[in-house]
Design a protein around this ligand. Structure first.
Ligand SMILES: Cc1cc2nc3c(=O)[nH]c(=O)nc-3n(C[C@H](O)[C@H](O)[C@H](O)COP(=O)(O)OP(=O)(O)OC[C@H]3O[C@@H](n4cnc5c(N)ncnc54)[C@H](O)[C@@H]3O)c2cc1C
Length: 441
């Protein structure tokens, strides 16, 4: 820490070593190599409460791998990369610690151990957390999947519940939220129960239901993607309940209320109300910004993300204040409105990486008094794995389904992993992950 409090160099502080933070630090370091004014006058400091970078796209597989020897430590190795390895031989200082406050006027960040560090430039990349929309009982009784430990907890809870059941009984799993995360997870869980039946020589039926207020699964996706996903879910015997919102939750059941279809006037509509029992309830219905962002004084949207301009600079609470100068928000912390739709771009790893490149470039340009670069939304590939070696993968105009989609998904995953960590060891972990996680398939 000493070196950071000396006034020899100024600090470019990057908060969070997720997709956005790591990519931003690596790109800045690359730019600093070319530019002595950056490397001799600034420290690049990456801060995270954990000492590893978590590769979230394979978290579902952690939560649903039946492989008996896949212990917590093996799984951790497969889906995390030590930050020490990422910054090795790079001019990036990594500090492990929890940030509890940011003072935009004094331009400092505060750690939970009372260390305080100054910054000249700041990048907010602290990610998000599940949001429960104030639904009674939901936080208390559901399981959410965001961090590594959540994955291991869900895996163990389902296994324990499975072991309590007798042959012929069913295990009832409800997943709230039928976006890509809910769809992928429901299919993984179907495979998990199948594999548990094989391992323990039991006959427990998986009764898996996806519930969502929107009128169909995968809201926002093209019609043919939705149709294919639905067919695949039917094949896996996963039921979907759409057009119903969760009103409240207790220890045994969820209480649902029907929403009026968009084409029907509300006054003619009598909503159906019903309940669904569950053994395991998973919540995959939405995220909001990291709690730290909730307290800070910047212009924010309703889920706490910081509104950013076209250069990904934060917008101040009042446009006459200059507290947001040299402060960027990227990845799940940023609320950037798509100029075409006026809607915020979604929080995905791919978008986090793209935004990180722009933030790094703009810090470099500001230091060098060059014009800033605009953030332009690019059409990015997406992949929705739906159980086994099956995925719906869109790359450019092409939609790949089934095994081909799954292979392309693995390659996209490798590309993103490598672009963040830049280490050959990720290829080994990627391959090891495929072997462990394909066990249920
Ligand atoms: C289960 C799951 C599956 C997903 N699958 C996909 C997918 O297939 N494809 C895709 O594109 N996106 C996927 N996403 C979304 C993707 O993970 C996020 O959009 C992405 O991680 C955002 O990157 P980020 O850098 O903004 O935040 P994160 O990656 O969440 O990183 C935030 C970092 O900040 C650190 N941090 C938080 N608070 C503090 C603090 N107070 N002090 C210090 N450090 C702190 C955290 O430890 C973390 O390392 C998935 C998300 C989940 C949860």
């Amino acid at each position: 820490m000493d070196i950071l409090s000396k006034k020899l160099k100024k600090n470019i502080i990057i908060l969070g070593a997720g997709f956005a933070g790591v990519k931003c630090a690596l790109d800045l370091e690359k730019l600093a190599k070319k530019d002595k004014s950056l490397s001799s006058n600034f420290n690049i400091v990456l801060i995270d409460k954990n000492n590893y970078h978590l590769y979230t796209p394979t978290l579902y597989e952690v939560a649903s791998t039946a492989k008996a020897d896949a212990s917590g430590s093996v799984l951790k190795k497969v889906i995390t990369t030590p930050i020490e390895n990422i910054v090795k031989n790079k001019n990036i200082k990594f500090l492990q610690g929890e940030i509890i406050d940011i003072d935009f006027k004094k331009r400092t960040v505060d750690f939970s151990d009372q260390t305080v560090i100054n910054f000249e430039y700041l990048v907010l990349a602290l990610g998000s957390k599940p949001t429960y929309f104030g639904i009674e009982g939901l936080k208390e009784y559901s399981l959410s999947l965001k961090w590594l430990n959540d994955g291991i907890r869900i895996r163990n809870k389902i296994r324990n519940k499975f072991l309590e059941k007798r042959n012929g009984e069913e295990i009832k799993i409800i997943i709230g939220g039928s976006g890509p995360n809910g769809v992928e997870f429901s299919a993984e869980l179907a495979g998990y129960i199948k594999e548990l039946n094989n391992i323990y020589n039991k006959k427990i039926e998986a009764n898996i239901k996806l519930i969502d207020g929107s009128s169909h699964i995968l809201p926002g996706f093209e019609h043919n993607v939705v149709k294919k996903a639905l067919k695949r879910l039917e094949y896996l015997n996963i039921k979907t309940i759409n057009g119903f919102v969760i009103l409240k939750v207790d220890k045994l059941r969820v209480y649902l209320k029907q929403l009026p279809p968009s084409n029907e006037p509300r006054e003619n509509f009598t909503p159906e109300e019903k309940t669904e029992d569950y053994d395991i309830l998973i919540w995959s219905g939405g995220v909001e910004a990291n709690s730290l962002l909730m307290h800070i004084d910047m212009s924010k949207e309703k889920r706490g993300r910081i509104e950013t301009n076209q250069f990904l600079g934060c917008l101040p609470p009042d446009k006459h204040l200059d507290v947001a100068k040299n402060i960027f928000a990227i990845g799940d912390n940023s609320c950037f409105y798509d100029p075409k739709t006026q809607r915020p771009v979604p929080g995905t790893a791919k978008i986090a990486i793209e935004q990180a490149k722009i933030a790094a470039k703009n810090i470099y340009n500001l230091i060098n008094k060059k014009p800033k670069e605009l953030y332009k939304i690019k059409p990015l590939p997406f992949a929705i794995p739906i159980g086994g070696k099956y995925a719906l993968t869109k790359w450019g105009p092409f939609l790949f389904t089934g095994f081909t989609g799954w292979i392309i998904k693995q390659l996209i995953e490798l590309y993103y992993l490598y672009s963040v960590t830049k280490k050959a060891s990720v290829i080994f972990n990627w391959w090891r992950g495929i072997r462990i996680f394909s066990k249920n398939d």
